[in-house]
Design a protein around this ligand. Structure first.
Ligand SMILES: [Cu+2]
Length: 215
């Protein structure tokens, strides 16, 4: 049967074999660890690390949903990374009214003043870039949304560490960004070969993060 198919449709058979061999399902996946420190060598949280494959296609876009709530007069979380095309909800859990506004080119939008318990329709982030979110009622309130074309991203925790797993082996351009860099300073960048033996990727930023503003 197989032989017959091969003889009748040699081109199709060759294509099927190529697809079977290069299918991402069969690519070996590996882990990559990250460690971010500031100018003084102290652990840095809220660093978004993202990896873009070199010479390999990105997997198909997966639309996901994230939530940035308004809680205790702050946006929470402070930093959110999402895949392009994802949507974000902005529920208000506070006792007072809040507002949501972005002037960023990647996504300009406004949710006019709304009360506790209200969850406005989600906002779709359809272009990659950095989006700074404000509440125009409380000038210290700020959140950052990093919209990325790659699905391979992670955020460092209080220990300054993060891990990406299920990365198909190969070469990646890996970048690290912190909200204090805004959209002005370019992210740090390294080319990394991902395999079972990959060493942790270290990042040292040339500044000390500013404390988050509060009321
Ligand atoms: Cu507010």
């Amino acid at each position: 049967m197989k032989l017959l198919f091969m003889q009748k449709f040699p081109a199709l058979f060759a294509l099927a074999m190529t697809l079977a061999v290069s299918s991402p399902m069969q690519a070996h996946a590996a882990k990559l660890n990250f460690q971010a420190v500031d100018k003084n060598g102290n652990a840095m949280s809220d660093v978004v690390v993202y990896a873009t494959p070199i010479g390999m296609p990105l997997p198909p876009s997966e639309k996901t949903e994230a939530t940035i709530s308004q809680n205790d007069m702050q946006f929470s979380p402070y930093v959110t990374a999402i895949h392009t095309g994802s949507q974000v909800k902005f529920p208000n859990y506070d006792k007072m009214e809040h507002h949501v506004k972005s002037f960023s080119a990647a996504k300009e939008f406004e949710i006019k003043t709304y009360e506790r318990g209200v969850v406005p329709p989600p906002v779709i982030f359809d272009k990659p870039g950095i989006v700074i979110v404000y509440c125009l009622l409380h000038n210290w309130m700020r959140a950052y949304v990093l919209v990325l074309d790659t699905p391979y991203f992670v955020k460092t925790d209080q220990s300054g560490t993060a891990m990406l797993d299920k990365l198909p082996e190969g070469n990646y351009e890996v970048k690290a960004w912190h909200p204090n860099m805004g959209s002005i300073k370019p992210p740090l960048s390294q080319t990394v070969k991902v395999s079972d033996q990959s060493a942790p990727v270290k990042w040292q930023f040339d500044f000390v993060p500013a404390p988050r503003k509060s009321k």
